[in-house]
Design a protein around this ligand. Sequence first.
Ligand SMILES: [Zn+2]
Ligand SMILES: [Zn+2]
Length: 496
Amino acid sequence: MSHLRKHHQKERAGSPLKNEITSSSSLQSNPPTIKSTRKISKKEPQHIFRRHISESSWTLWNWYRHLYWVGVLTTVLIPLTGLYFAFKIEIHPYTIYWSFFYYCLSSTCVIAGYHRLWAHRSFIASYPIQFFYAFFGASAGIGSIKWWASSHRAHHRYSDTEKDPHTIRKGFVYSHIGWMTLRPHPKVKNSMKECLGDDLIDNTLIDWQEKNYNELLILTGLMIPSFISGIFWNDYVGGLIFAGIIRGALVQHTTFTVNSLGHLIGTQPFDDKKSSRNNWFLSWLTFGEGNNNFHYEFSADFRNGIHWYDFDPVKFHLIILEKFKLVKNLYRASNSSINQCLLQHQQKLIDKRRAKLNWGVPIDQLPIISPEEFRKWAKDESHNRALIAVAGIVHDVTPFVDDHPGGIALIKTSIGKDATSAFNGAVYDHSTAAHNLLATMRIAVLSGGTEEIVWKQQQQENKDVPLKQDSTGQKIVRGGEQATIIKKPLRTAGAA
Ligand SMILES: [Zn+2]
Ligand SMILES: [Zn+2]
């Protein structure tokens, strides 16, 4: 029987408020249809009917109601007991090898079976392989396939929200082990039900594993590891403690680490909208499930590490099974779509950096003045400001005059004039950096005969096409495409 079923039954048996709690959870999904006919007595405080235990603070009187006892037993109490005895008994060397082998076997069944096959359907498995995964997957003590796969689907669908069963927003401990040992909020239960899917409901093997989960856990998690050690090298107790309990706890923490550290430490080369991260070191800690950021973008991919050097033993396990025709249709995301995703994210990061830089006032936001006004303005202000027109755009280069690499005299000859030709090669062909710097000093555009030219320049620098805009709608000014760059220097009427 799964965690989910047990949990429900426990609630029903243990709580006199069962009707109210159930109706309050159905309230979350269908607000208008409250079917409970029981009248709320005036003496009963009404908040009880709305607040779930997971929303109450911990007190001396309610702490035990916060705990999900089946989870506490399988992920805390039994492992701690195992750890205590692990220091008390002597271990046979063969038991160490056997424990390691059985750890790899259980982890493979959880990762290939629970995760990649049932939660994400990233390949099709033959019945014997499915049975093998379902049978030995139970040895990890992380719940039944139905419970785990639905919780994992809810985690992907509602990642980082309150509907995420182990959202990292509740902190490292909660996302690691808290969600296994505390009673979940009704919203989480609802999201898990939502994500169950027909493939998990109408499956006789998954049903069978669900119904016999406790027996399978005892058989594969404790008895088989103990009996193998006992029958072959007479170490029943060592097998029970190390290959059974300690090994089980390690597989549990392998999967827990994906949920906790896999959302906390590492890089985000594919997307940073959610918390999932890639971390090569975590791949070693999690038996090859460290590339969480890739997995969130391509969760249907049967691989977790796409490079040959990524530690992803389950990927090789599946490739070998495919050769023997025991699994088929291993889904691989195309290199092109992987690269698209990588590139889009890089573009997003570039856009962010671009947005922080000064590209000058957009041309269409500058005031328009006539060439006559420009000349007069430049003359009147000649003692305080240095105004220069380049490609129909007026620039106030005052702060730069003294720093001009070509000398103060050269720049001064252009003050109050059209310096388009001089700037674009007639005197000196200015660099990309110089055009960028000039753009930061623009203050107006020239009207009259130059309007058409300015309009063209504006189009060049500020075109209304997506290619010219980044994801935030900011214009992209590429080197060599600045408005002040003129391939064939143009004369602006009247300004020269
Ligand atoms: Zn995750
Ligand atoms: Zn997943």
